[in-house]
Write a protein that binds this ligand. Sequence first.
Ligand code: UD2
Length: 320
Amino acid sequence: MSDNAFVVVTGGAGFIGSHTVDRLLNQGCRVAVIDNFSTGRLENLAQWKEEERLEILTVDIADGIFASLSALEERWGPVERIIHLAAQTSVVHSIDSPLGDVRTNYTGTVQVLEYARRKKVKKIVFASSAAVYGDVEEFPVREDFVCSPLSPYGINKLSVEFWLGYHSKVHGIDTAPLRFFNVYGPRQDPSSPYSGVISIFADRCSAGKDLTIFGDGEQTRDFVYVGDVSRAIVLACFAKGGDGSPANIGTGLETSVNDLATLINEFCGGKSTISHGESREGEILKSVADVSRAKERFDFSAKTALRDGLKDTVTALTGG
Ligand code: UD2
C-alpha cells in the first residue's frame, strides 16, 4: 500500500522525477524532493505549490543528504523508500568529463545508499540505463546479457547496480535498478544537441523548423513514454522483494528514426522539411528491450502507444 508512505525522490524536479512525484502525490504519499536544480526546474512541480505533503530541498547528492533529511525526519518520521533519479544524464558529457560523472553518478549515489543503509530504509529504486549494455548482437536485449558499457556514464550506472545487489544481500534492503530505454514525453529538455531525439524533433517541428536525421534513419530505438516510466518506478517502489537485479523498462517495440520523424511532422501539420546528415559516431543501429522481467516482477508493461505519447509531447509544447 502506498497511502501516506514517506518517499524521497532525488532528482524529483527533473523530467522523469517530476512525473514520478505527480504519481506519488496522486496516490496519497508524502514526498520529499532532493534536487540541485542543475537540470531540474521548479516549474515542473508548480502544480503542487500549495501541497503540504510535498517538501522540496535544494541539495546536491554529492554533498550528502544526511543533514537536510534529518530535520525533515523529525517532522515527518522515518524515510521509508528512496527513488534515486538524480544524475548527470548526458553520456557525451561523461566521456568529456568522466570525473564529473563519477562525482554525481557514482560517489553521490553511494552517499544516498549510505543514508539508506544507516537509516534502514525499506526500498531503493534506481534509475539505471540501457547504456550499461554497450553494443549487443542479439535482440530483444535481456537483462542477463553480458554488459560492456561504452561510456563512463554506462560504467557508473552498472557499478551502482552492483552496489544495490550488495545492499540487498548484505544489508537486507530491497533494491530495484531499472534500466530505462529511450524515455520521452512532456518536460524533456530539447536544448542540447545531445537531448533525446523526440524532444529535439518535437521542439523543432512545432516551431516549423527543419529536421536532420543522422545517417539513413533506419536505426531503431525502443521509445518509452514518461507516463509509463513513472508508473514502472512507482510499481517497483511498492512491490515486495527486490534483490538488486535489474529490470528493463521499455516497450518491446522498435521504431526507426525515419518513422519517428514522419510521425512527429504529421502531428505538427507537416511544415518541416526532413533531411539526412552524417551518421553519428559510434551510433548503435538497433535497440529494443525484452520486457518480460518487469512484467513478472512488478506487473509492469508499457501502455502508451507511440502515436499517443508523441501527440501529448507535441501538445505540451504548443499548449494546444
Ligand atoms: C540514448 C542516450 C544516450 C545513451 C543511449 C543508450 C540520450 C539523448 N541519449 O542514445 O546517452 O544513454 O541512449 O542506449 O538520452 N537522431 C537524429 N537526429 C537528431 C538527434 C538524434 O537522427 O537530431 C538520432 C540518433 O542518431 C539516434 C536516434 O536519433 O539514432 C536516437 O538518438 P538519442 O540521442 O535520442 O538516443 P540514443 O539511443 O542514441
